[in-house]
Ligand binder design. Structure first.
Ligand code: FAD
Length: 316
């Protein structure tokens, strides 16, 4: 079923959904099931599975020189989606990125998804590779997520890359895209970022999932600004609880977001052993306020931490 249909059918009730990461290469589906089995109690209508492109690693050779190799540390997104749908009977949403894909490879990946009965995708640009200072598209690949959305929308209209295909079967992808309450780190300001977000919606995306945030006011301001800019699709808040003190620095460094002052002050005077408790309580309070503000769904970045996610969702 299309993700947007779940929002419509929920009749104003706030849903919960989860995002999982493929296990590191060498791991197994058991890792994913261990995370999801307990969480299925909350009846998520859909589960997101992230996509990880290959990274460069430098291996030291016996000669002393370093050899640069590209490896994908977390492959398996599509297989995991199919496996989740088979085991739990819920929809799985693969994340699909521009990085590392030519348009032809993207088309083939979408055909695979379509044949597997996976009709929802989150369309993203992806980040710069490690050791590259900016995002570099593949030769004949997409530069921005909007271009990927356009390609998927074309396929939804039976338009494939090969113009000789006259009666291509239309796919039925429901397309989600990313939004950033505190703006994407490369955007010159939030207003421009929201203009580009609107382009993704106009190109065929039907809902938005946000980057994590710890201050609901940022989400509410973002949602108001989206509406003002003419964006009328569901906006799903993405949530991740703090569990360790070092995340006060690592999360802003990685995700370019701010922590609200009351949370920081509280955290700094909290013993390490109590940080998780504080993070859970903060997230529960965030969720309750977001629910009261009629968000369609609360989307949790589990990052494999089932215990923390469970403790939050059982309270909301
Ligand atoms: P875009 O929408 O293309 O935007 C990227 C930047 O370009 C922004 O600054 C935007 O303002 C600007 N921009 C957009 N369009 C234009 C234009 N036409 N002209 C000029 N500038 C423009 N990454 C992964 O690798 N795998 C994942 O599974 C993954 N999942 C994610 C899930 C969520 C919910 C979120 C929020 C992010 C996820 N990411 C993932 C990270 C994401 O790929 C990065 O944040 C990436 O840097 C931007 O992706 P985007 O789709 O928002 O890009």
């Amino acid at each position: 079923m299309k993700i947007t249909d779940y929002f419509e059918k929920s009749k104003g009730q706030t849903l919960v959904s989860f995002e999982v990461l493929p296990p590191l290469k060498g791991g197994s589906m058991t890792d994913i099931f261990k995370t999801l089995d307990p969480l299925m109690e909350f009846k998520p209508p859909f589960i997101d599975v992230t996509y990880h492109r290959e990274e460069y690693v430098y291996n030291k050779r016996p000669s002393g020189y370093y050899e640069k190799t590209a490896i994908r540390k977390r492959p398996g997104t599509v297989g995991i989606c199919a496996s989740i749908m088979h085991r739990y009977g819920v929809d799985a949403i693969p994340h699909l990125i521009c990085g590392g894909f030519s348009v032809e490879e993207t088309e083939n990946a979408l055909i695979d998804l379509n044949f597997l009965g996976i009709n929802n995708v989150l369309a993203l640009r992806g980040d710069a590779r490690q050791f590259e200072d900016k995002f570099i598209p593949e030769p004949n690949g997409h530069k921005f997520a909007v271009d990927l959305v356009k390609q998927i929308d074309n396929m939804n209209n039976g338009i494939y890359l090969d113009s000789n295909i006259e009666k291509g079967t239309p796919t039925e992808f429901c397309i989600g895209v990313a939004g950033y309450p505190e703006k994407h780190f490369e955007a010159p300001n939030l207003a421009i970022d929201i203009e580009f977000l609107k382009q993704k919606i106009d190109a065929g995306a039907s809902y938005i999932v946000t980057q994590m945030f710890f201050d609901n006011d940022n989400f509410f301001k973002f949602r108001d600004a989206c509406v003002k800019a003419g964006i009328n699709v569901p906006i799903v808040p993405g949530l991740k609880p703090l569990t360790k003190k070092y995340q006060l620095n690592s999360i802003p460094r990685k995700f370019f977001i701010n922590f609200p002052e009351p949370l920081v002050k509280e955290l700094l005077k909290t013993d390490d052993k109590d940080v998780k408790r504080l993070g859970i309580d903060w997230c529960i309070a965030q969720c309750k306020e977001l629910k009261a503000a009629d968000v369609p769904c609360l989307h949790f970045y589990t990052m494999g931490d089932v215990d923390t996610t469970y403790k939050i969702v059982e309270k909301i």
